[in-house]
Design a protein around this ligand. Sequence first.
Ligand SMILES: *Cc1c(COP(=O)(O)O)cnc(C)c1O
Length: 375
Amino acid sequence: MTRIFYTKPSITDLEKKYAADAVDTGWGAKCYDYINRFEALFADYLGVKYAIATSSCTGALQMGLAALGVGKGDEVILADTNWIATAAPILHLGAKPIFVDILPDTWCLDPAQVEARITPRTKAIVATHIYGNLCDMDALLSISERYKIAVIEDAAEAIGSSNRDRKAGSMGLFGTFSFHGTKTVTTGEGGMFVTNDAELFEKVLTLSNHGRARGQTRQFWPDVIGFKFKMSNVQAAIGCGQIERIEELVGRKREILSLYKDKLGTLSDVFLNPEHAETINGAWMPTVVLSERLGITTKNLQEAFQEADVDARVFFHPLSSLPMFEKHCENANLYNLNAWSIPQRAINLPSYHDMSSDDIDRVSNVVLDLVSRRR
Ligand SMILES: *Cc1c(COP(=O)(O)O)cnc(C)c1O
């Protein structure tokens, strides 16, 4: 029996061909060719006007928030259930993160909680589409309009997710993506900033290049203090191959989630990533959440998976439970109830492109066995 890993990228001869070409010829006058192509392919896929390739999603978020003017004294609302990458840029810019609870079915921001936590200092709302599940963007965009507060999307986990033909990442004022090795589309490390706002695009483009504006004719002349969060041409070459295969990559993710749902989705008290009416779930990470009633803990799940030699990941800890955020949100366990409760009875399932049906059966059986023993 071999170990089943939870994620592995899918790299074919296409990506290898482009990467080798970038290494051979992508220098000097051609050093931006694959970057330009990757950005154009990505913008076209997402249906947005502008895309800027970055070194990471974290970097894209930091530049976007900086371009919005987020800084000292400002508050930014986000879900308590998040990877720390979504919160760190807020703190680096000197602003305060406000962690709100998630909905029990999508595990994403609860719009009612968002509205309740708005203050005169609220500068932005970050909608993270967790594990491919979509936030309720209609509700969040309505809040954005009523309060004149920007809603932005951390779509790192949601490539391929959409709501009524609007792709995740294209609905807010700007969106960010990650191409880390564990994500559906990978360039090793990397990210993307996308927007339809021309002014914001110019600001982030300038910030991304150490503050050097596009129209600036003086050489080595930064107009503002910026960042150096750019992607290399070789990484972009791999990204071009991945985007040409995007339907295949997302299609397989969706197929794997659907196979898990066939096996586990019909059990009562067992919940997987939802797909609500008029939405498509890009299914980045199939996740099982058990109802409290079953009495099966994450620790029980981890031990069972360990025994079966299956690599499974814990559901995100609430950010408010991490020591560095304690002073920002005392007693968050008393109000962010779902964000604190769900991780105690949930697990992410393996979902890499090349896993076999037998692998999926083996993983499913671990959950099936545990659940059936409790009945
Ligand atoms: C992976 C991830 C990030 C970070 O992406 P990097 O490219 O590693 O910076 C940010 N937000 C979410 C929700 C993620 O899943």
